[in-house]
Design a protein around this ligand. Structure first.
Ligand code: XMP
Length: 325
């Protein structure tokens, strides 16, 4: 099959167009896989979630979804994947708790690229092990979208890790491969996926792993996860969800002195990063209301264990990248 989007293909901008696309793809997938079983790594990101929802409609339990929890997901994400896909959509979903395995492999590793490689490789290994346990898989579904094919984005081209191993050498099913991100979202909405899944901000493959700067420790990782949850909650409350392109927290690997309830502390800082961009190649710092910033600082220092200070990164890209590693 060609890897070029057909010139006649209309842009999917409305629910009616999404619905027609879904019907077409359901027929195409059924034609391609017949009674065969299809495997999908379901991260909970927009693309894999839309593919999962589409394939559940097309082939039901013949889709086997594998959700690998590598311990670097945001607060509540694995629970949401289970709730939406297993409980609401009736997916055949295998949940793999690989938290200890990933964190053990990452222990003491400070170099960002080595961290990324370990996370990428371990992910493939865990997924391939699950695939080996299953009988009769004939196909591998992927949430490839058109920008991945064009390699126009700087993101996946330089961040993707290696090829697929022998055990995963199945025929590919890629129902959204000609869609742009905004079209994938319209399709996801039409498939009934929740807004916070369909409109969620970009989240790197290595997850919170690259926001727990240097060698990952469990206490700092929890501080990243908890502070990120507070930041997202406060942004949502302030009506900024979907208005600021990407926002998250980082925990560096140094400590500073502080004081809490009259007692001296020596704890981690949390860094707030919130940026706007069109293509992630350059980015501007989002101009936040200072009262919002103060509320976030109070909540993070009051609620997150091991944190006594909050910094706000006001560096555009360039010179700073969006992530810290
Ligand atoms: P930077 O930090 O390079 O990030 O300005 C640009 C965009 O890419 C995301 N990013 C990643 N995405 N794997 C991914 O899938 C990665 O390793 C990775 N590193 C950065 C980043 O979140 C931002 O949206």
């Amino acid at each position: 099959m060609s890897n070029r989007r057909p010139e006649t293909m209309e842009r999917i901008t409305t629910p009616a167009l999404a619905s027609a696309f879904i019907d077409e793809q359901i027929a195409a997938v059924r034609e391609q896989v017949g009674d065969g079983k299809v495997l999908l790594a379901l991260s909970g990101g927009v693309d894999s979630s839309v593919v999962a929802a589409l394939l559940i409609r097309a082939i039901g339990k013949n889709l086997v979804c594998v959700h690998v929890n590598h311990g670097l997901l945001r607060k509540g994400e694995p629970e949401q994947v289970i709730k939406v896909f297993r409980e609401e959509l009736g997916a055949n979903l295998i949940y793999v708790d690989a938290v200890d395995r990933f964190l053990d492999k990452l222990a003491g590793v400070a170099d960002p690229e080595r961290k990324r490689k370990i996370i990428g490789k371990e992910f493939i290994d865990v997924f391939a092990e699950e695939a080996k346990k299953l009988d009769g898989i004939g196909f591998l579904a992927q949430g490839t979208i058109y920008p991945d094919i064009l390699e126009s984005g700087p993101v996946k081209s330089h961040h993707n890790v290696g090829g697929l191993p022998e055990e995963l050498n199945f025929e590919l099913v890629e129902p959204v491969k000609f869609l742009y991100k905004d079209e994938v979202r319209v399709v996801g909405k039409e498939l009934g996926l929740p807004d916070n899944m369909v409109y969620r901000q970009p989240f790197p493959g290595p997850g919170l792993g690259v926001r727990c700067v240097g060698a990952i420790t469990r206490d700092r990782l929890e501080a990243v996860r908890e502070s990120d949850a507070i930041l997202r909650e406060e942004f949502a409350r302030a009506g900024l969800e979907g208005k600021v392109w990407q926002y998250f927290t980082i925990v560096p690997d140094f400590r500073s002195t502080g004081i809490t309830d009259g007692l001296r502390t020596y704890d981690w800082p949390v860094v707030i990063r919130a940026v706007n961009t069109v293509d992630a190649v350059t980015a501007d710092v989002a101009e936040l209301d200072f009262n919002l910033v103060k509320r976030i600082v109070a909540r993070i220092t009051g609620e997150v264990k091991g944190v006594n200070r909050v910094l706000w990164d006001v560096t555009p890209k360039p010179s700073g990248t969006i992530e810290w590693e």
